[in-house]
Design a protein around this ligand. Structure first.
Ligand code: HEM
Length: 471
């Protein structure tokens, strides 16, 4: 990147100063009953202005202590130094996902987590991107063709489009190109139905009631789980009977051995395939959807993005080798992940009595880092609520600290698909923005909402336009 481009980017964002939407912030914390009601609808709406700048917060809801880390130091202590004590996912998360993921990596801890992490992380590691990136580019190019067919002025739901794009990419990655393509729609529907049926704000766990207490679960959840597991079984069967020649995540899971040299059980294979599918598509889809929304409101950034892509790619579709030549595209994705972290809460259950920043944290306490707060803490970020991608450019002096910017979490439980997700978002944005820009539909009112992940409401109506800006 030239110094001139960087300078131009900084000038453009200072001159235009764009603040993307966030929920109303009260001056002081509302009463508990009101907070719980709001949290069930939108977890992002419960925070008062002062919560963003507090370094740690300590609350009690009936018997349950809730401790929030909101500084790089406290995050490092909890998620890195004291990983052993704070490695267990929160009861809410475990209860919400256990019916679907069983003992899968995402919600396990202790020995099982260690074993599975050793098996799963290398399968989706950065070193495997040369194999996976052509799937990303091909799938995004197929979406380009579909948009071209729709024509200038067509209205799309960008959130659904991005969900289809990333679901097809992860599906082809896990199950192989053909099976992944064939099953993508059915399996996406299964996961979407499941997410709608579960309720992340499991009040029983929040209030500190014991794990063995039966929880209310809608009967439909069992059917949704069965529907997904049946599909996974089918795919594993076809994989075993057809012995596909191409390598996929599934073929690697089928070949994997545990530390005793035994293959993974069929259940474990299905659990880990479900983990990667679940963890690996909605997060990237939401990131891309938010990036499109922000670009539609910040035309100066769309113009800089288009200039970078045109210069770096000289009219050709990108490959993995082009990613280092797209620092502004990457900065847009990283700044989008700062403002709208798809996983806005990282919650853990303390396994023992301990301390964070010398303050006592009791066994069974709910410990959280909330990227939504940390990424907007005015102590660590200038213009914290503004969209300023240049802070992520390589020459920026304001690059964030490792433990203060955590869209992929941090420490031993850091996202196993970090490089996959980041590269996928960059390549998909580059392929699509090379040809198109998206304009917000005139009647759309977009607000961030958080249930399991942070998303721009239920839909993002946008108009497809050619990328060359008028004038
Ligand atoms: C922009 C995209 C993504 C974001 C923002 C993201 C974010 C995260 C976060 C925050 C966690 C930790 C959650 C917690 O501690 O409670 C996580 C875990 C995980 N992610 Fe991602 N992720 C993304 C894409 C992906 C992709 C593409 C894959 C797979 C190909 C993936 C696989 C995983 C796995 C397996 C875990 C569990 C790791 C463990 O517990 O050891 N993620 N992700």
């Amino acid at each position: 990147m030239s110094a001139a481009f960087s300078e131009r980017a900084m000038q453009a964002e200072s001159a235009a100063a764009y603040t993307p939407p966030y929920p109303f912030r009260s001056e002081s914390t509302p009463p508990l009953w009101e907070l719980i009601g709001t949290a069930r609808k939108n977890f992002l709406a419960i925070w008062a202005t002062s919560d963003f700048s507090n370094k740690t917060m300590n609350h009690k809801i009936l018997t349950r202590q809730i401790f929030i880390c909101n500084s790089p130091e406290s995050v490092k202590e909890a998620f890195v130094t004291k990983h052993d004590i704070y490695q267990r996912k929160s009861p809410q998360m475990r209860h919400a996902l256990e019916p679907l993921l069983g003992d899968g990596l995402f919600i396990s801890d202790g020995e099982i987590w260690q074993q599975r992490r050793k098996i799963v992380a290398p399968i989706v590691h950065a070193s495997r991107l040369p194999q996976f990136s052509p799937i990303m580019v091909d799938t995004a190019r197929a979406m380009s063709s579909a948009w071209r067919e729709l024509g200038d002025g067509a209205e799309i739901d960008a959130l659904t489009q991005m969900a289809h794009l990333t679901a097809e990419i992860i599906s082809r990655t896990i199950f192989g190109q053909q099976l992944g393509h064939d099953y993508a729609d059915t399996i996406v529907k299964g996961f979407t139905d499941y997410q709608k049926a579960i309720d992340q704000m499991d009040i029983t766990s929040l209030l500190g009631l014991p794990d063995w207490l039966p929880r209310f679960r809608r009967p439909s959840i069992k059917q949704k789980v069965k529907a997904i597991r049946d599909i996974l079984d089918d795919i594993i069967d076809s994989h075993q009977s057809q012995q596909p020649t191409e390598e996929s995540v599934l073929s690697r899971l089928l070949d994997a051995k545990d530390p005793d040299g035994k293959p993974l059980s069929r259940d474990a294979i299905a659990n880990e395939a479900a983990v990667i599918f679940m963890a690996g598509h909605e997060t990237t889809a939401n990131t891309l959807a938010w990036a499109w929304y922000i670009l539609s409101q910040a035309p100066w950034a769309a113009e800089l993005l288009h200039d970078e892509i045109t210069t770096a790619l000289s009219g050709q579709p990108p490959t993995i080798k082009d990613v280092p030549r797209l620092p502004y595209t990457r900065a847009i994705i990283e700044e989008t992940l700062r403002l709208y972290p798809p996983v806005p809460i990282l919650a853990r259950e303390a396994l023992n009595d301990s301390t964070i920043m010398d303050r006592p944290v009791k066994k069974k306490a709910l410990l959280m880092a909330v990227p939504w707060l940390l990424h907007r803490n005015p102590e660590y970020w200038d213009y914290a609520d503004e969209f300023r991608p240049s802070r992520f450019l390589p020459e920026s002096k304001a690059r964030p600290s490792k433990h203060g910017y955590i869209p992929f979490a941090v420490g031993p439980r850091v996202c196993a698909g970090l490089a996959f997700g980041l590269t996928e978002a960059i390549l998909c944005l580059a392929v699509l923005a090379r040809e198109f820009r998206l304009e917000l539909a005139s009647d759309a009112d977009i607000k961030p909402v958080c249930r399991l992940t942070l998303r721009p409401g239920n839909a993002l109506p946008m108009i497809v336009r050619p990328s060359v800006l008028p004038g």
